[in-house]
Design a binder for this molecule. Structure first.
Ligand SMILES: Cc1ncc(COP(=O)(O)O)c(C=O)c1O
Length: 438
């Protein structure tokens, strides 16, 4: 059972329910576990009752330095005093773009937007403009945001051998979904067949190089690189999660495969709303506004808050910390301690648990074997994973039940020790509950 909340906390929840339907995103906790957070510091968040949690949600990933890192607070405060938005170039936006170009192998030119969804939307528009083709291939279970082209087979509900493009939301015109081809993650032969069949109409192959928490099989990403190159299709890595998280140069650095275009968000701007599309100069040139006057196809890209200087300053401060020696070693070490510790706790109890992921992001899957694709995740015991997450919440970990855990630079070995105690108690709680089937 969740701890009792104060009357004041219950009142906040009632008001949030009345005007926000109880949520600001798709992260919706059951009424028994819903919380209203008041603030965060380092690895901790605190609810309006003053109850503290070790945070593994981290704002859904952006807070790679933890909450309210002093360097980020200082940078944003300094910029806020100078003005918050200008709708034109600023030193902060220019410097952040320069840093992205220095850090990321595929990045020669950068365009800023405000959200990861906008970034993947525009990456696809750029790819279509550049190639003159209209279709896109993505992978079942891959998530690329909320626009109509992204919400296709991101949340499959049953395992199938041949995934069919299926809209994940009502309100998406069928004509849009028909422009998306869906393949099987980590199945290069299946993907090769689809790419070869649709080569003349494919503008892009879009993937999360670490799909949710499913690492790429050896040779899968390089296979995609080779196939797309051969057929003049753009390879787009959605690095909204992996960018600056798996390595400073993102998944493309970690896995050694360089795409044509990549999208960034989350860690790039350290918890402030900014995202980016980066790629080769020749491709990004289709966003040059001069093209319209010259009668050339223009991939139109704009936005009131694009390159926002507050967010760009937060990003610059975040990246400066990430460049310090030992940062990624810390992130990987802490995450490994959590993953190894949880595997040991599960093994000692005879519970089939797989802890999947790469770098400072992982997911707890209740399954006998390590899942490698979306169907395998669907065959796992999701209900148990959700109950495990809820049991963690009840014991002071802020988690998104059944979803990924994010780790920040602010997480310490003391956090690991406390977290493993909670994991042990949460596993016991899950084991003690009757199996209801899923
Ligand atoms: C891989 C990936 N791409 C794109 C997005 C969309 O980003 P945003 O929520 O900023 O629109 C997300 C969000 O979680 C994501 O995980």
């Amino acid at each position: 059972m969740a701890k009792t909340r104060s009357a004041q906390h219950a009142e906040w929840l009632r008001r949030g329910q009345a005007v926000l339907g109880g949520a600001v995103t798709s992260f919706v906790l059951p009424e028994t576990h819903a919380v209203v957070l008041s603030h965060g510091l380092g690895s901790r968040v605190v609810d309006v009752d003053g109850r503290e949690y070790i945070d593994y949600v981290l704002g859904s990933g952006p807070l790679i330095l933890g909450h309210a890192h002093p360097a980020v607070v200082e940078a944003v405060s300094r910029q806020a005093a100078l003005g918050s938005t200008f709708y034109t170039l600023t030193p902060a936006a220019i410097e952040l773009a320069e840093e992205l170009v220095r850090a990321v192998p595929c990045a020669e030119v950068v365009k800023f937007v405000s959200t990861g969804s906008e970034a993947t939307f525009h990456a696809l528009r750029i790819a279509r403009t550049y190639t003159g083709r209209s279709k896109v291939l993505k992978f079942e279970g891959g998530f690329h945001g909320t626009h109509d082209y992204a919400l296709v087979s991101a949340f499959p509900n049953e395992p199938t051998e041949q995934p069919c493009p299926r809209p994940d939301s009502a309100g998406i015109p069928p004509e849009v979904t028909q422009t998306v081809i869906v393949s099987r993650w980590n199945d290069l032969e299946y993907t090769r067949e689809l790419i070869e069949r649709h080569a003349d109409e494919l503008a892009a192959v879009l993937c999360e190089p670490l799909q949710r928490a499913l690492p790429p099989a050896p040779g899968f990403l390089s296979g995609l690189r080779e196939l797309t190159q051969r057929h003049g299709i753009l390879l787009v890595f959605d690095e909204v999660v992996t960018g600056f998280r798996l390595a400073y140069g993102g998944a493309q650095e970690r896995y050694g495969v360089v795409p044509d275009l990549a999208t960034f968000g989350k860690a790039l701007s350290g918890g402030y709303p900014l995202a980016a599309i980066a790629g080769r100069c020749e491709i990004m040139a289709v966003t040059d506004y001069g093209r319209r006057a010259r009668g050339e196809p223009l991939a139109y890209l704009s936005g009131t808050l694009n390159g926002n200087p507050l967010a760009a300053s937060a990003g610059l401060a975040t990246l400066a910390v990430l460049r310090q020696p030992g940062v990624y070693e810390h992130l990987y070490r802490i995450t490994d301690q959590l993953k190894v510790g949880l595997r040991e706790l599960a093994a000692a109890r005879g519970v089939p648990v797989q802890v999947i992921g790469d770098g400072p992001v992982f997911q707890v899957v209740f399954a006998e074997e390590e899942p490698r694709d979306a169907p395998a995740l669907l065959r796992a015991d999701r209900e148990r994973a959700v109950r495990f997450g809820l049991a963690c919440l009840e014991r002071g970990l802020f988690v998104n039940p059944g979803e990924k855990f994010y780790v920040s630079l602010a997480h310490t070995e003391d956090d690991v020790a406390r977290t493993l105690d909670v994991f042990a108690a949460a596993l016991d709680a899950v084991l003690a509950e009757p199996v209801t089937g899923c």
